[in-house]
Design a protein around this ligand. Structure first.
Ligand code: SAM
Length: 215
């Protein structure tokens, strides 16, 4: 009976895992301390976006960056809040509507592909790249979704950080030298390295050799 109960509980938890994960993120991602630490306005300003541009916020979570990015690109621009978690995407859609952000859309990603509906000027990944399972392949996939002159911005904990996820799940750890190699293999080089975030690196990559996806 005990084994059956445990198996039932495990099955229920597995079936409900997306909702459980969403609950945890909803409770934690927009805490005052985290929002202060991530300096969202300063990060968005540092990205140098101009009105009318298109951005993919991959691993958008609760959409705390998506909303700021949507304001930065204005009504003529578009931001896709992209996530594997449908519960979080529903939350982002609700909060975007409540904030009157009609240029903020959601896109359901698979683990290996953000499945963007159109190419973008900027792919933005904050606190997310360590969740991606096959990172070298993923960067090559991202290249297909970039417009000419497109950039990839990565904010993530450095390899020596005490980030909880990386401490608990070894596969979430990667070295900066690995990231630079995966980027270089896909044609990207660091364009700007920002050092104002405490506990996170922030690098913007550009791809001078990327061809026009339409051509
Ligand atoms: C720590 S949260 C970061 C959320 C947001 N970027 C922020 O900084 O507030 C990581 C997010 O990545 C999402 N995620 C995990 N694996 C993913 C994947 N393969 N593709 C897209 N999103 C993913 C999770 O569902 C979660 O919303």
């Amino acid at each position: 009976v005990v084994v059956a109960l445990l198996a039932g509980a495990a099955l229920l938890a597995w079936l409900e895992r997306e909702r459980l994960v969403a609950r945890v993120y909803l409770l934690t991602l927009e805490s005052d301390a985290r929002v202060r630490r991530l300096q969202i306005d300063r990060v968005v300003q540092a990205l140098g976006l101009v009105p009318g541009q298109t951005v993919a916020d991959i691993g958008a979570g609760t959409g705390v960056f998506s909303r700021a990015l949507a304001r930065a690109v204005g009504e003529e621009g578009t931001v896709y809040a992209v996530d594997v978690n449908a519960e979080l995407l529903a939350h982002v859609a609700r909060t975007a509507a409540a904030a009157g952000l009609r240029n903020l859309r959601t896109a359901q990603a698979s683990e290996d592909d953000p499945r963007l509906p159109q190419p973008v000027d900027l792919v933005f990944l904050c606190d997310t790249f360590h969740h991606i399972p096959r990172r070298a392949d993923y960067v090559r996939t991202l290249r297909r979704y970039l417009r000419p002159g497109g950039r990839i911005a990565v904010i993530d904990p450095p390899e020596d950080s005490r980030h909880l996820g990386a401490l608990l799940v070894p596969s979430m750890r990667y070295r900066m030298t690995d990231l630079e190699r995966w980027m270089a293999e896909a044609g990207f080089e660091p364009a700007v390295r920002h050092d104002f975030l405490d506990g996170f690196f922030f690098v913007v990559y550009a791809c001078p050799s990327c061809p026009d996806p339409a051509g």
